[in-house]
Design a protein around this ligand. Sequence first.
Ligand code: HEC
Length: 149
Amino acid sequence: MIRIMMGVFIAMMCLNAAYAVDEIMPMEHHDMNVTDQRISLNLSERMKRHQLADMRAHLAAINGIVGLMTENRFAEASKLAHEKLGLTPEMQKMCNMLGNEKAAAMGLAFHKSGDELGDALATGDVNRSLSALHNTMQYCVECHATFRQ
Ligand code: HEC
């Protein structure tokens, strides 16, 4: 009897957890049940590694910028944005190597927004900077929703 009750209790906890996740991330939860509909970039193994390393650097840059903003270090945050998220010759080359016109265009627009973020941060205006950061992060979200490696 105790075993059955424990079983029922555990099953209820699991259902509860699944429901809670569904409430927080309804889209992700449903996406897990269907096949990955995103467009594959068909990258080579070498390009895949290179791209993921760049991506991790993008994430670290966002984290660095937010951290510097909390310490009112806007000049450094601006430099970080231009150097790590802006349209440097290296990033321009990388985007053009994606082998997909739409993805390359999205990547280039993303890096341009990184430079705009750098310009916004240089003003030291918190709201303007957050708005620019939001704009830049829209590209992260949009590209990830559209493409996979
Ligand atoms: C132009 C497209 C594009 C943009 C813009 C983009 N990414 Fe990505 N990112 C990708 C693709 C494609 C993958 C691989 C996803 C997959 O295959 O499931 C990826 C993967 C990642 C990963 C996983 C890295 C790993 O080691 O597994 C992280 C983290 C990431 N991106 C962060 C970011 C952040 C943060 C931004 C914005 C600041 C961003 N990306 C902008 C295309 C993009």
